[in-house]
Design a protein around this ligand. Structure first.
Ligand SMILES: C[S@@+](CC[C@H](N)C(=O)[O-])C[C@H]1O[C@@H](n2cnc3c(N)ncnc32)[C@H](O)[C@@H]1O
Length: 274
């Protein structure tokens, strides 16, 4: 059996090497707090020449790039699509073919409800060398910041990340039976607009209406709000609190831990907090 004493000592790192010359870097910027960037993401930002960024990437993060780096905003908010996805892909390919080094920044992790996979496919098909830097996804950031351990073993054996986004047919096309399983935590991205359907369907498919749930707005940022309720009253709670995107929905018994853990936990402010 391996224990920690068997591990080779970690070599002393005196300086970081330069980022290798991938033409496009697909970078996750985490849930909002700039101090939740990975070290790799910070290095990529500090050496960036050209940034393509989404609305979920805060100014505090963009400011970590050199002042002379070019910044291109490519959207997108559900109500304001700045640039269609196909054009973003085409733009990255065009810039890379011009020899520009592109840092494509997305909120959270680009491969989790971030369409980073589609962008990677476009780059791969065009033969553009690219690299991927993961980010802390909103579910992880919100869980830590709100005292909701998503897979606390007394309460959840499964964790499901899904999206409540309306499909083109105006339906929320989810496997409700699977989402309504007991001993499970369900985290829903982009679900604020469809919250009444989500709660109604989960109850109709067997989850008790008393199942605890949390709505977490702007997790990890100074304005963060975490509001709890049950499946029965969550839509009304969201309405009266006038919550806005980005908001994450967490459903399951683990939400009951929030009151005790969020109060007991010491929050380390970010050095960029006002
Ligand atoms: C297009 S998805 C992007 C998710 C992102 N790629 C990630 O890994 O977190 C946008 C949704 O993520 C959630 N989200 C992202 N950042 C958030 C934050 N700081 N607080 C709460 N929810 C957040 C919201 O549900 C929002 O509608």
């Amino acid at each position: 059996m391996r224990n920690f004493d068997d591990c080779a000592p970690i070599p002393q790192q005196t300086s970081y090497k330069a980022i290798p010359p991938a033409l496009v870097t697909l970078m996750g910027a985490g849930p909002g707090d700039p101090e939740l960037l990975t070290v790799k993401a910070l290095r990529a930002l500090q050496s960036a020449e050209l940034l393509l960024h989404d609305h979920l990437v805060s100014d505090a993060i963009l400011e970590l790039a050199p002042a002379q780096a070019e910044r291109i905003y490519v959207g997108k908010e559900s109500s304001r699509h700045t640039m269609p996805q196909e054009e973003i892909g085409a733009l990255m390919v065009r810039l890379a073919r011009q020899g520009r080094r592109v840092l494509r920044i997305k909120g959270g992790d680009g491969y989790i409800f971030g369409r980073g996979g589609e962008e990677a496919q476009v780059l791969a098909a065009a033969g553009i060398p690219f690299t991927v830097i993961p980010g802390i996804t909103a579910a992880q950031g919100a869980a830590a910041a709100c005292g909701i351990p998503l897979t606390h073993r007394d309460h959840a054996r499964t964790l499901v990340l899904t999206t409540g986004h309306l499909q083109e047919n105006r339906q929320v096309d989810l496997d409700w039976q699977a989402l309504a399983r007991p001993q499970q935590t369900v985290v829903i991205y982009m679900g604020l607009g469809t919250l009444p359907i989500i709660c109604e369907q989960l109850i109709a498919h067997g989850l008790p209406a008393s199942t605890p749930a949390a709505l977490i707005e702007r997790a990890t940022l100074p304005e963060q709000r975490c509001i709890t309720g049950t499946l029965r009253d969550l839509p009304a709670v969201a309405r009266s609190a006038e919550l806005k995107p980005p908001t994450l929905i967490v459903i399951g018994e683990v939400v009951n831990l929030h009151a005790a853990l969020a109060t007991a936990q010491v929050f380390v402010p970010s050095s960029t907090d006002p």
